[in-house]
Design a protein around this ligand. Structure first.
Ligand code: ADP
Length: 405
C-alpha cells in the first residue's frame, strides 16, 4: 500500500489538490487535480505525474455542488481510483496565520478556532481554506491535518516592515503588513540554496509573478519584508488587482463618484491591474502578443513597478546578491525578465540572453554577482514537506514575541 500526503488548496470556486507518495523522507508527486466551477459548472480533472489524464468528469450542473461536496468528491476519487493509496495526512494552504503563526501547525479544535478568528483579516479566502479542514475532521476523525500559511514566511520581518503609520492601537488589533505567497518564497529559497549556496545565504529578491504578484526581500533565507501588505491587493499590479494605490483614490471614488463600497472592492480586485489598464486581458501571454497600445502600456507599467519594488527591496537588504523570478510570468515570460534585468543594470544585474531564452535556471553570466535566476515554484510540495515533518507530533505555534514590542 502506497502511503500518500494530500495537499488541498481550496478557494471560493475551486478545490485544487496534489497527491505525493511518501518514501522515507522523500516525496514524489503522483497526481495533480482540481475540482473547479463550484456553484457554476462543476468539472473535476486529475493528471498523473507524466501529465496524462487520470480523470475528467463534468459533474451534472443540475446538482447543487458545495465546497464540502467537492472535498468529498476528491477523497472518493482517491479511494475508488487508487485502492492502493493510504492517506497519511492532509496539508492545507491557509491564507492567514495572523500575527500568531510563524510556521505550519497541526490543526486541532482550538487551532481551528484560532484560525477562524482570522476570517475578518481575509474574508474572501480564509473561510474557503478552513471549510475542508472542518469537513475532513468530521468525515475522517483521527486524520492528521496541517495548515500552512501564506503569511508565515514573513513573520521574520522586523517591526518597521509590518507597521502602517497609524495609531499603534490598530497594529495591536491586527492591522499590519503581513505579506503573502509565503510557501512559494520558502520553496524558492530552499531551491536557490541548493543551486548556489552562496547566493542562497546572501541578499535575495524573489519576484513571484503569477496571477497574483509580489516580491520579497530575503536575507540568508529569512524574509525581511515584501510588497504585499494587510491584504493581497497591495504592491505590484497583478492580473486583475490594482496593487499599490493611494487611499485617497478610494475616498474620491466613494465621496465624489458615489461608488458603493462593494463596487470599489470589485473594481480594485477584479477589474484593475493588467486587465484594467490594458483593456485587453489579464493574461500576460495575450498582452505580449498584442500590439494594442493599452496592452503595451500595461506591460510597461508592470515592468516599471517591478523595477521600483526591486530598488526598494534592495535598499531593505542594503544590496543585492541574487534576483529570482518565479510563478507563471516569472517562469515563462523571457521578455519580462529581460526588461526587468536590463532596468536593474544600476544594481549590477547582468543578463545572459541565451540562458534567459532557455529559461535558466541561471540567467546571468556564470560568476557574476548579483546573479539572476528562474526557479519554478512548487507551493504544494512545500506544504507536503511541512506536513510530513509535522506528522506524528502536534507542534504548538511559535509566537513572534509581539508582546515584547
Ligand atoms: P496563479 O497565481 O493563479 O498560480 P500562475 O502562476 O499560473 O498563476 O501565472 C499565471 C500568469 O502567468 C498569467 O498572467 C499567464 O499569462 C502567465 N503565463 C503563463 N505562461 C506564460 C508564457 N508562456 N508567457 C507569458 N506569460 C505566461
Amino acid at each position: 500500500m502506497t502511503q500518500v500526503i494530500v495537499v488541498l488548496n481550496a478557494g471560493s470556486s475551486s478545490v485544487k489538490f496534489s497527491v505525493f507518495a511518501v518514501a522515507g523522507a522523500d516525496l514524489r508527486r503522483l497526481y495533480r487535480g482540481e475540482f473547479e466551477g463550484i456553484g457554476t459548472a462543476p468539472h473535476f480533472f486529475v493528471k498523473d505525474a507524466g501529465g496524462a489524464t487520470a480523470a475528467d468528469e463534468t459533474i451534472s450542473p443540475a446538482k447543487e455542488m458545495s465546497q464540502e461536496d467537492a472535498v468529498h468528491h476528491v477523497f472518493a476519487w482517491l479511494v475508488s481510483h487508487s485502492a492502493g493509496l493510504k492517506v497519511m495526512a492532509v496539508g492545507h494552504r491557509v491564507v492567514h496565520g495572523g500575527p500568531v503563526y510563524s510556521e505550519p501547525v497541526v490543526v486541532d479544535g482550538p487551532t481551528l478556532d484560532a484560525l477562524t478568528a482570522f476570517v475578518p483579516l481575509a474574508p474572501l479566502h480564509q473561510p474557503h481554506n478552513l471549510t475542508p479542514i472542518r469537513v475532513l475532521a468530521r468525515s475522517h476523525p483521527g486524520l492528521t491535518q496541517v495548515a500552512c500559511f501564506d503569511t508565515a514566511f514573513h513573520r521574520t520581518a522586523p517591526l518597521v516592515a509590518e507597521l502602517f503609520a497609524l495609531p499603534r492601537e490598530y497594529f495591536d488589533a491586527g492591522v499590519r503588513r503581513y505579506g503573502f505567497h509565503g510557501s512559494s518564497y520558502e520553496y524558492v529559497t530552499h531551491a536557490l540554496r541548493a543551486l548556489d549556496p552562496a547566493a542562497g545565504a546572501g541578499r535575495v529578491v524573489i519576484a513571484h509573478l503569477g496571477n497574483g504578484c509580489s516580491m520579497a526581500a530575503v536575507l540568508a533565507g529569512k524574509s525581511l519584508g515584501n510588497t504585499m501588505g494587510f491584504t493581497a491587493i497591495d504592491g505590484l499590479p497583478m492580473g486583475t488587482r490594482c496593487g499599490q494605490i493611494d487611499p485617497g483614490v478610494l475616498f474620491y471614488l466613494m465621496q465624489q463618484r458615489g461608488m458603493a463600497l462593494d463596487a470599489v472592492e470589485d473594481l480594485l480586485y477584479n477589474h484593475s491591474g493588467l486587465k484594467g489598464l490594458s483593456g485587453v486581458s489579464n493574461d500576460m501571454r495575450e498582452l505580449l502578443a498584442s500590439d494594442h497600445p493599452g496592452a503595451r502600456l500595461a506591460v510597461d507599467y508592470f515592468v516599471y513597478r517591478i523595477g521600483r519594488a526591486l530598488g526598494e527591496l534592495a535598499a531593505v537588504l542594503k544590496g543585492l546578491d541574487a534576483l529570482v523570478f518565479t510563478a507563471g510570468i516569472g517562469e515563462h515570460a523571457a521578455e519580462i525578465r529581460a526588461r526587468v534585468c536590463r532596468d536593474a543594470a544600476w544594481l549590477g544585474v547582468t543578463l545572459d540572453d541565451e540562458a534567459n531564452r532557455r529559461g535558466g535556471p541561471r540567467i546571468s553570466p556564470e560568476g557574476r554577482t548579483p546573479s539572476a535566476w528562474v526557479i519554478p515554484t512548487d507551493e504544494e510540495l512545500m506544504i507536503a514537506q511541512h506536513t510530513l515533518r509535522l506528522l506524528g507530533g502536534v507542534s504548538s505555534p511559535r509566537k513572534k514575541g509581539d508582546d515584547a514590542r
